[in-house]
Write a new protein. Structure first.
Length: 258
């Protein structure tokens, strides 16, 4: 591995391109109720006056998501490429990356920092790499499927490439060592704002119950411009252990710290 340079990442990015071809809990409950009972009244009845404040928060988060998406897509390609290279190089210095044997990432899209060049490097280093695939039976859940450079990918319903989920290549989320997590926004305490589907919060909900047990290290990856001053955290939210941006490395406060 001595000839694998940390900054073959720029070249590896070109190869990686070939692999591309506010209240979540309330929203989930509404969706389940609506889908499973034809006897329900009109959908608007779910928004009773006692939930108006929650509805306003949901609207605020929706507006924030739209703004963050616009900001990310507006980044010029050269700025985006430099930011990605800096962030991926920074991850290589994170101890949890160096120690990890099983790493999960994602295929970047819509202006996200793409960790695929880093996964290609990790595969060359002998690490087992995994990508998320949509769970076929459980709503808003992810499976993690082994990925190797050159593997065939299929496009899911969100337009994101994912590996073919053969049973012998799937791994339970809790058996991963490091998970590189996509996000729309974050704060310096490593609270995460995702796309709103709840896929990562649901798939890693067990992390909130296993604070002192072996569990995956959750590492967010983002442009520094995606940082927000403060994000309110809800009980069902899964806080990241750290976030790496193109400029900084943020760690979540330990329990008891402010």
């Amino acid at each position: 591995m001595g000839n694998v340079s940390s900054f073959s990442l720029f070249q590896q990015r070109q190869a990686a391109q070939t692999h591309r071809s506010a209240n979540p809990a309330r929203a989930w409950q509404i969706a389940r109720d609506w889908q499973t009972s034809s006897a329900r009244g009109p959908f608007i009845l779910k928004l009773a006056p006692m939930h108006l404040e929650k509805t306003r928060k949901l609207t605020d988060l929706s507006a924030l998501r739209r703004q963050l998406k616009r900001n990310r897509l507006a980044l010029p390609p050269d700025i985006r490429a430099t930011a990605e290279a800096n962030a991926l190089r920074r991850i290589q210095r994170v101890p949890q990356f160096r120690r990890a044997r099983r790493i999960a990432g994602y295929v970047g899209s819509k202006g996200e920092i793409d960790p695929m060049p880093l996964l290609m490097l990790a595969a060359q280093m002998g690490k087992a790499c995994y990508l998320p695939v949509l769970h076929p039976f459980r709503t808003s859940r992810l499976w993690f499927c082994r990925w190797r450079p050159g593997d065939r990918m299929v496009v899911n319903r969100f337009g994101i490439p994912e590996p073919l989920p053969r049973r012998d290549r799937l791994l339970a989320a809790r058996r991963l060592d490091l998970v590189i997590v996509p996000l729309l926004g974050f704060d310096s305490d490593c609270h995460r704002l995702g796309m709103g589907g709840g896929y990562y919060d649901r798939s890693f909900a067990f992390v909130n119950r296993l604070e002192h047990a072996k569990r995956p290290y959750l590492l967010g990856l983002a442009h520094e411009s995606q940082r927000i001053d403060h994000l309110d955290s809800q009980p069902w939210d899964v806080t990241l252990d750290a976030v790496v941006s193109d400029r900084h490395y943020y760690q979540a406060p330990r329990q008891g710290q402010t």
